[in-house]
Design a protein around this ligand. Structure first.
Ligand code: PLP
Length: 439
């Protein structure tokens, strides 16, 4: 019997004992293709020798120094690297231990910016339904996954939620993409005006929606319109690229493809590729200056922020990404993955939508393709697919649909950036068989 509380209190789990490239190996010797990178984490695959070498070297030099007293070489170098490649205007880096911590810090930076710039009445956050920003209380309040929030609602700060940009479900029949982009973005302006523009602090969105609804890219122009609305009303734009960023969509930052720079951006997962827990907030020079010229400090901090081992992992992963030209592979393999998914699953009766960017793809399942009605959530189709996939040596990241029809079950694919066409064939074959077996 285990003494661990797993994510589920009912199931048992295989014991992972090893990894090699795109595969994980359990204690029974079974191998699993990590087609989801865990949860879009393992961008270089497992046990990459160059990351391991960098970590060993850092461990021999310095494992830990508290950031209240010292900075460290890997943290400084990583910040330098991240700013060099950041969207325009993002000039400083705040290092934390994961995605939820990054969101918490970004929310507090937005709030402190408003206080420091004489706008203390700005405290309202607007975010989107069908989003996920993490499980700590601030991040959970921001997220729009009603199921995850339900039990904790009394503990959550008020957040306003608007509809996401989710063309498969929310674009009207006959509506052009441009008209839909305008309508979806208008929801933000309407909500800002409802609340009172002088009271709104920030709008938070995943550039490409990840865990809750499955690899939903914004339609063209949506984010540009969002940026313009935020600017019109002095609202800070926080883009959450914890899952979709750091190369996952084929450019280092997903928002590059939308031609938009946020005021604050959260990154994690692919930043360190799972080799150490690490996340970060990239912040604009304007926000940094408000702190530097105002109170002189960002009123925040965690014991492990800027951890040298985590920074060394991030630095090594980011070096390899560039050295090996992996962004180009993400784009090329992402297109092959899309094509293979369409060939294998496009005519499957219950596959409603196949979508995504780069190596960030999802398949949404529906009970009825015409009405797009989701399956009854109590059937737990997503969990059955995960089970069938694991039985076939394949890891995919699933999530359930909702009873009110706002989203269907989906499975998310986010394989390591080193995948080959042959790997993709094996992934799609096994996924197709798992879906057939689960339906
Ligand atoms: N934001 C997004 C978009 C995520 O997908 C996640 C995790 O899946 C988080 C934040 C939270 O990150 P973490 O689990 O590292 O706290």
């Amino acid at each position: 019997m285990t003494r661990l509380l797993y994510r589920t209190a009912r199931a048992t789990l295989p014991v992972a004992v090893g990894g090699q490239g795109i595969e994980l190996i359990d204690s029974e010797g079974r191998r699993y293709i990590d087609a989801s990178g865990g949860a879009a984490v393992s961008c270089l695959g497992h046990q990459h020798p160059d990351v391991l070498a960098a970590l060993h070297a850092q461990l021999d030099r310095l494992a830990y120094a508290h950031t209240g007293f010292f900075t460290s070489e890997p943290a400084e170098q990583l910040a330098e690297r991240l700013v060099a490649d950041a969207p325009p205007g993002l000039e400083r880096v705040y290092l934390v231990s994961g995605g939820s911590e990054a969101i918490e810090a970004a929310l507090k930076m937005a709030r402190q910016y408003m206080v420091e710039t004489g706008q203390p009445q700005r405290r309202h956050v607007i975010a989107r339904r069908q989003s996920y920003h993490g499980n700590t209380l601030g991040a959970l309040a921001t997220g729009g996954n009603a199921g995850r929030r339900a039990a904790f609602q009394p503990l959550l700060i008020d957040t306003h939620h608007i509809d996401p940009c989710y063309a498969y479900r929310l674009r009207e029949p006959g509506e052009s993409e441009a008209a839909y982009a305008a309508r979806a973005a208008q929801a933000l302006e309407d909500r800002i005006l409802d609340i009172g523009p002088e009271r709104v602090m920030a709008f938070v969105a995943e550039t490409v929606v990840g865990a809750t609804a499955g690899a939903i890219p914004p339609v063209a122009d949506y984010l540009k319109r969002i940026r313009a609305i935020c600017d019109r009303y002095g609202v800070l734009l926080i883009l959450d690229e914890v899952m979709c960023g750091m190369g996952r969509c084929g450019t280092l930052h997903a928002c590059e493809q939308d031609g938009v720079s946020p005021d604050l951006m959260t990154i994690a997962k692919g930043l360190g590729g799972g080799y150490q827990p690490i996340g970060a907030v990239l912040l604009s020079g304007r926000i940094f200056d408000a702190f530097a010229n105002g109170s002189g400090a960002f009123m925040h901090g965690h014991t492990y922020m800027g951890h040298p081992m985590a920074a060394a992992a991030g630095l090594a992963v980011q070096d390899i990404l560039r050295r090996d030209g992996l962004l180009a592979n993400v784009t090329a393999m992402g297109e092959i993955l899309r094509q293979r998914l369409v060939e294998r699953l496009g005519d499957t009766p219950h596959v409603g939508d196949i979508r995504g960017r780069g190596l960030f793809r999802a398949v949404e399942l529906v009970a009825d393709r015409t009405t797009r009605a989701p399956f009854d959530p109590s059937l737990k189709l997503h969990a059955r697919i995960k089970h069938e996939a694991m039985a076939r040596g394949l890891m995919v990241y699933p999530a359930g649909g909702t009873a009110d029809g706002t989203r269907g079950d989906h499975v998310l694919l986010a394989p390591p950036f080193i995948v080959t066409p042959g790997d993709i064939d094996r992934i799609v074959d096994r996924l197709g068989d798992a879906i057939d077996a689960a339906l």
